[in-house]
Design a protein around this ligand. Structure first.
Ligand SMILES: *[C@@H]1O[C@H](CO)[C@@H](O)[C@H](O)[C@H]1NC(C)=O
Ligand SMILES: *[C@@H]1O[C@H](CO)[C@@H](O)[C@H](O)[C@H]1NC(C)=O
Ligand SMILES: *[C@@H]1O[C@H](CO)[C@@H](O)[C@H](O)[C@H]1NC(C)=O
Length: 365
């Protein structure tokens, strides 16, 4: 009976001990939670220490560094707004011709911005002025600049572009979204490309895809042009900043406060010496990237203190479409083409047929 009793007491004691331990454990847990102690942190930092002390290993700091990494600093996306673009930014080339220019050392590179889906214009340009690969003994190269097509059918189009690139080896595509508002990005990516892949060439011309270009006249002008700090085209002076909200080129005062832009060469077609791309890319780090691409280059040129210069002849660059005539087109360098123009392939064929372009110095159709 006595032994039984003492056994009972013993049982009661262990029971109380168990309860006490459970209670203490609970209190500690509540305290930890209450004091907002990071349990995971505690487990990761202390357990390895105890283990390493026991095993004599010295991997403490390594485990510590893995378990408590620097909190990632998320860079929140800030839209540049309606009038600026996402530049400078590290865009990637999806289709590239990294060696072409360095290998062939052209005198002149023709850079044509074009929408990814606009294969028709690329075909016309390759079959007309873009096909002129040697003019007066000077090598001329043609490249098209594309962004990324968004939306439906984008994947299929990308496949077609890769095929087209294999065939013609003249496409350069970067991974920004291709749209009108992003033309400044296209131009800046073009300048980056010229700087890193084509700096051995002498001149580049950026020309829109719906233009007519007289390559011999262009080469003729460039043979006698300055070799550095040279930009020409149809140079606008004292252009008013458009403050009418309905204008296609509206810019609010907060974005650009002067009432006039500095000199700039109209975007339809301008020429530059190939020392300029590097300088312009550098300048772009200091000048906010406005969505109007030609004005933006003008602002960068102003920053560099290099004003664009007029071409030697007034009729060389034309923003108002010049109707086709063999004589008229033989005297210009670039012109926009009339909207309901005759077939550009026919125009080219007629323009290139042998024989005098002008009869008795008269414009002749
Ligand atoms: C590990 O051991 C060191 C001495 O070797 C001692 O100072 C330290 O307090 C110990 N850490 C733990 C968590 O036991
Ligand atoms: C862990 O971090 C400490 C201090 O930040 C550093 O000195 C140590 O080299 C790091 N250890 C490892 C393995 O990266
Ligand atoms: C311009 O391109 C950037 C980069 O791809 C994109 O984030 C932005 O939405 C584009 N802008 C417009 C107006 O589509």
């Amino acid at each position: 009976m006595k032994t039984n009793r003492s056994e009972d007491v013993q049982q009661d004691k262990t029971m109380i001990q168990k309860r006490l331990i459970q209670f203490l454990f609970l209190v500690v847990l509540i305290l930890l939670i209450f004091l907002d102690v990071d349990l995971r942190h505690l487990a990761f930092t202390w357990i390895p220490k105890i283990i390493s002390n026991a095993t004599g290993a010295s991997q403490v700091s390594e485990i510590e560094n893995i378990s408590t990494p620097e909190p990632p600093t998320p860079v929140p996306y800030v839209s540049p707004g309606l009038y600026l673009v996402e530049y400078p930014y590290k865009y990637r080339f999806l289709i590239n011709e990294p060696k072409k220019c360095e290998e062939q050392k052209p005198f002149l590179v023709l850079m044509v911005p074009v929408a990814p889906h606009n294969r028709a214009h690329r075909h016309i340009i390759r079959s007309t002025w873009g096909g002129e690969s040697s003019v007066q003994g000077k090598v001329v190269k043609l490249f098209f600049l594309l962004g990324l097509q968004a939306g439906e059918g984008a994947e299929r189009l990308q496949g077609q572009l890769l095929q087209e690139s294999k065939e013609h080896q003249d496409l350069i595509q970067s991974d920004f979204l291709d749209c009108y508002k992003n033309l400044t990005i296209k131009t800046m990516v073009m300048l980056e490309w010229l700087d890193s892949h084509c700096s051995g060439a002498s001149y580049a011309m950026k020309i829109d895809s719906d233009m007519f270009l007289n390559v011999p006249n262009l080469v003729g002008m460039l043979v006698n042009a300055p070799k550095t700090n040279y930009m020409t085209g149809l140079v606008a002076r004292g252009s008013a900043v458009l403050r009418d909200r309905k204008s296609k080129w509206y810019v609010p005062v907060e974005i650009y406060s002067h009432s006039q832009y500095p000199r700039y060469a109209l975007g339809l077609g301008y020429v530059l010496s190939l020392d300029l791309p590097k300088k312009l890319v550098e300048a772009s780090r200091h000048v906010k990237a406005l969505y109007i691409e030609d004005v933006y280059l003008g602002l960068c040129m102003e920053y560099l203190g290099i004003p664009p210069t007029d071409p030697p002849s007034w009729g060389y660059f034309n923003v108002f479409p010049v109707p086709y005539s063999r004589c008229g087109y033989s005297r210009l360098i670039a012109t926009t083409t009339p909207e309901n123009n005759v077939n550009p392939l026919w125009v080219w064929k007629d323009f290139k047929r042998p024989g005098l372009h002008c009869v008795n110095g008269q414009i002749h159709t």
